[in-house]
Design a protein around this ligand. Structure first.
Ligand SMILES: [Zn+2]
Length: 199
């Protein structure tokens, strides 16, 4: 069975790494690292890309990060949309203005075949970010008939998250934000009494 040596077992994440949920989560993680008054260091953005399975070379320049921040601001509107109709409107506008026709790529055999909406495999980072994000968010919206993601409902948090679970819609980016807001709401409805005040 000489040929067995030629069959290289794909890594466990061969297909899941490029799945729609994984891409949607990567979009949210990139929006969160790109958000803020000042641009993040290119290496911080590269770390997020690496953590979500992007392969080297991840040589981003400060100009790449600036352009990705502009793409991120446009994508944030999808997360900020109040309902599914509005999220679909925003996605349709981004798809019309920024993406090319649907094509399949396997990046010369380095990845499973998957769809792309950017114009070329070696295009600029911002074009790739916008196009791959629009694709994943559009499929999540299609699948769930809900907005594909949300901005955290905490007034002190601006993180976005993708909402892929079933059940009631999630409002907070994390357990930490949910707990903090629950405690704050409880304090508002049960103002602290002076310990000396009889009940
Ligand atoms: Zn939050």
């Amino acid at each position: 069975m000489r040929y067995i040596g030629l069959v290289r077992a794909p890594p466990d994440d061969w297909s899941t790494r490029h799945s729609v949920p994984a891409t949607a989560r990567r979009t949210a993680a990139l929006l969160n690292v790109l958000d803020g008054d000042l641009p993040p260091a290119p290496e911080r953005v590269a770390e997020v890309l690496r953590a979500h399975g992007e392969q080297e070379p991840l040589a981003l320049t400060p100009e790449d990060v600036d352009r990705m921040r502009a793409a991120g601001a446009a994508l944030r509107e999808v997360f900020a949309a109040e309902d599914v109709d509005r999220a679909a409107d925003v996605l349709n506008r981004l798809l019309g203005e920024h993406t090319g026709p649907l094509r399949l790529t396997a990046h010369a055999g380095r990845t499973p075949w998957h769809p792309h909406l950017d114009r070329a495999d070696d295009g600029p980072w911002d074009e790739w970010f916008l196009a791959s994000s629009c694709m994943a968010l559009a499929v999540v919206l299609w699948d769930r008939q809900r907005p594909p993601g949300r901005v955290c409902a905490s007034p002190t948090c601006s993180q976005v998250f993708v909402a892929l679970g079933s059940g009631p819609e999630r409002r907070y980016c994390s357990r930490r934000c949910a707990t903090r807001e629950r405690v704050a709401a409880h304090r508002r409805s049960h103002p602290a009494r002076d310990p000396g005040t009889p009940r």
